[in-house]
Design a protein around this ligand. Structure first.
Ligand code: AMP
Length: 249
């Protein structure tokens, strides 16, 4: 199981606490793919199976949004505005936020970076951070999906206010409308899942993030997986591909 202490350190910028037994081998993966391809779900499955901690920069921003706005730095307040509009937060802000959390990257649990890096600039900064800790990446999993399908998935997505689980109004509707099946919390539509933000996010992805695939391809790290099946089928494919390549148990 992924360590909750590492996750809290990542989300809230606290010192890293490792309280659970660490896996024999820590995996270090980046998950790439447009918003809505299902990276987050795959990260959860991978985390459950291999113990690596899902580290999402979007989750850090959402956690900051829920905190007392008065204590946010000007850079963080600007980040909140960018996020609301579906724009990317500046590289400087994102990179310094991750730099403050490098202890999470080097924890014995390994990591699944979700939503970072998102630009080549951020990827270069990550390379530097990892080199500074004598660490290397195992691979970069790129989830590919047709853009029209992405829009359909995102606009119907609902997120639980409490446990962050997601449902979909068409593909996986909750048993009771507006109520999370997992914890009974309230389901809401993220501001950046509204149609006007979705368009901006997908454009930002095409412009800034897609070149990352080439960046990692050139390094021999890219593994592309078509993400158009059910989540479990996509996971089976993920395991097959990475298992073959990295001899995962
Ligand atoms: P996500 O949950 O990964 O889709 O992220 C939600 C929002 O947070 C994005 O639309 C951006 O506004 C912001 N964000 C998260 N990660 C990054 C990043 N690595 N670079 C720039 N902006 C980011």
């Amino acid at each position: 199981m992924a360590n909750q202490g590492v996750l809290n350190a990542w989300l809230y910028g606290r010192p890293v606490e490792c309280t659970e037994q660490q896996p024999d081998r820590a995996f270090h993966f980046i998950l790439l793919g447009a918003p809505g391809v299902g990276k987050g779900t795959q990260a959860e499955y991978l985390s459950e199976k291999y113990g690596a901690v899902q580290l999402s920069t979007g989750d850090v921003f959402r956690a900051a949004k829920g905190s007392d706005q008065g204590v946010l730095s000007p850079a963080m307040q600007e980040a909140m505005e960018a996020m609301k509009a579906g724009r990317l937060v500046s590289d400087d802000t994102v990179v310094s936020m991750v730099r403050e959390r490098t202890a999470c990257l080097s924890s014995g649990y390994g990591f699944l970076l979700d939503g970072f890096p998102r630009t080549v600039e951020q990827a270069k900064a990550l390379d530097e951070m990892l080199a500074g800790m004598n660490m290397t990446l195992d691979g970069v999993i790129n989830y590919a999906l047709d853009m029209e399908e992405v829009v359909k998935r995102l606009s119907g997505r609902r997120t639980c206010q409490q446990c962050k689980a997601t449902a979909h109004v068409i593909f996986s509707p909750p048993k009771q409308e507006g109520v999370c099946d997992k914890c009974g919390g309230t389901l809401f539509q993220r501001e950046d899942d509204k149609p006007e933000s979705i368009r901006v996010r997908l454009q930002a992805y095409e412009e800034s993030t897609a070149p990352l695939a080439q960046y990692y391809e050139a390094k021999g790290l890219l593994i592309t997986i078509t993400a158009d099946g059910a989540p479990k089928a996509v996971f089976a494919e993920t395991e097959k591909v990475i298992g073959k390549r990295f001899q995962l148990a």
